[in-house]
Design a protein around this ligand. Structure first.
Ligand code: C2O
Ligand code: CU
Ligand code: CU
Length: 485
């Protein structure tokens, strides 16, 4: 049932030896043990380190660097301040981020605060910026006082290097504190990434087919750990802030045999808690869930079942690109021990119901363009690849737009818009939530409303399958500023 990572036999033997598992294998092959650490399951769960705002300011240097441990393999990947994920940035509405981003990588990078409703100013949350290797760049991002309290994240956004950097672990969570008291005794960040390690113990490069389909890693990690074990006490509930920081995976999260109580999507509280047997997360999405460990001690697996994203039509179905919808994999294990220590359930009402903004001042049709079987099309939006110098969508500040997003292709695409949240009007599975990543099914469409209020500036919308974004499925959006309207 559980999908195993596909290692070469040689690598697997090395891992087994290193992890001290299957001792007989190590003994009979004469492999040295203990060798260098390999991706061993069962490490204790740990939240990422934290950086907190003080006196309204989150300041200091954040270094993007190499040689970071991933899945217990020393120096395998990339990270911020020496860890993957990097430190969780914690602040409150009204606080300001004043970080110096140091690029210790050998490729260009920059910093994006995914989901924050902040202006995309130069020097702020600017996806067009280049921070060259060796450079240190100052960022100032003010979080509005009326910003929702919830779970967000940060990652690089330098067009062309995003997928490689994220796949190697260059991501971190960002928590805007506040919101209703959920009655939980613990609050954990679970940043889900995936990656593939080569025989050299480093993150493997993606091949051309991976770049078309959107790469999926062999190892699915939680806070950089392979199947960590999270401690729980019977009936003592925990808030889990799940972040899908993978490059491409769309997955359904479930807790084996038990409901998850879903309380927030993409950093925004739902009107009321909803018990679900699974919660779907496309790349970039977050879900906050309340987990109440069972009455009886034992192990419960947190699972992720891959959703089939489709493949290139006319070339053997999903065979090409290989997004096969396999699963589930074990993300983590909740190990429940001790005597029951009940905590109260979350409140029955969490927030005001979502009212889609409207009526729209303008309606647009956007078409997601992807290579089709045999066709010569590249990735783009409305048939055009990404050009950072071109204004694609020009929006009048303060207006409401309705977007009909068409996906005539054979792969699904999770569409992400910076700064301004989207409300889905009609789509299969729509729950009326406000989102910053909306999945557009293959051969389907979604209808969205966006209120362009609160911030002005020039930024992007794009597919959050990061290989597709790097390949050009991204457009600019300019709200106010030079020229019309
Ligand atoms: Cu999560 Cu434009 O990014
Ligand atoms: Cu974003
Ligand atoms: Cu895509």
């Amino acid at each position: 049932m559980t999908r195993q990572p596909r290692f070469s036999r040689r690598h697997l033997l090395g891992l087994a030896a290193a992890a001290g598992v299957a001792g007989g294998v190590a003994a009979c092959t004469g492999l040295p043990r203990p060798g260098p650490a390999g991706p061993a399951a069962g490490a204790p769960f740990a939240d990422p380190p934290e950086r907190r705002a003080r006196g309204g300011l989150l300041t200091g240097t954040l270094t993007a660097g190499t040689g970071v441990d991933l899945a217990g393999v020393a120096g395998a990947g990339l990270g911020y301040d020496g860890t993957s994920p990097g430190p969780t940035l914690r602040l409150r509405p009204g606080d300001e981020i004043a970080l110096h981003l140091h690029n210790g990588l050998d490729t260009p990078t920059n910093l994006h605060t995914h989901g924050l409703r902040v202006p995309p100013d130069p020097g702020g949350d600017d996806p067009f910026r280049t921070v060259a290797p060796g450079e240190t760049a100052d960022y100032r991002i003010r979080v509005p006082r009326d910003h929702p309290a919830g779970t967000f994240w940060y990652h690089p956004h330098h067009h062309g290097t995003v997928a490689d950097q994220v796949f190697a672990g260059l991501v971190g969570a960002l928590v805007v504190e506040g919101g209703p008291d959920l009655g939980t005794a613990e609050d954990h960040v679970l940043v889900v990434t995936d990656t593939t390690l080569g025989d050299d113990g480093r993150v493997a490069a993606a091949g051309p087919m991976d770049r078309v389909a959107g790469r999926e890693g062999e190892l699915v990690l939680v806070n950089g750990l392979y199947r960590p074990v999270l401690a729980g006490i019977p009936q003592r509930s925990q808030r889990w802030r799940l972040v899908n920081a993978t490059c491409s995976r769309v997955f359904d999260v479930s807790l084996d045999g038990q409901d998850l109580v879903h309380v927030a999507t993409d950093g925004v509280f739902l009107p009321r808690p909803v018990a679900r047997d699974r919660v779907r997360l496309a790349p970039g999405n977050r879900a906050d869930v309340v987990v109440r460990p069972p009455d009886v001690p034992g192990d419960v697996d947190l699972l992720a079942a891959d959703v089939d994203r489709g493949g290139m039509g006319g070339m053997g179905g999903t065979g090409m690109g290989g997004t096969t919808g396999t699963g589930p994999v074990v993300l983590a294990t909740l190990r429940v021990t001790g005597a029951a220590a009940p905590t109260p359930p979350p409140p029955a009402v969490l927030s005001a119901p979502v009212v889609p903004p409207g009526p729209p001042d303008r309606t647009r049709v956007l078409t997601l363009t992807a290579p089709m079987g045999g066709g010569g099309m590249g990735f783009g939006i409305d048939g055009r690849g990404f050009d950072p110098a071109r204004d694609d969508l020009v929006v009048a500040p303060g207006t409401v737009e309705e977007w009909v997003v068409e996906n005539p292709g054979t792969m699904l695409h999770p569409l992400h818009l910076h700064t301004w949240p989207m409300t889905v009007l009609d789509a299969a599975g729509s729950d009326g939530a406000v989102r910053d990543v909306v999945t557009v099914p293959a051969g389907g469409r979604v209808v969205l409303r966006v209120a362009f209020t609160g911030a002005t500036g020039r930024t992007v919308l794009h597919c959050h399958v990061l290989d597709h974004e790097d390949a050009g499925m991204m457009a600019t959006v300019r709200v106010g500023g030079a020229g019309t309207p």
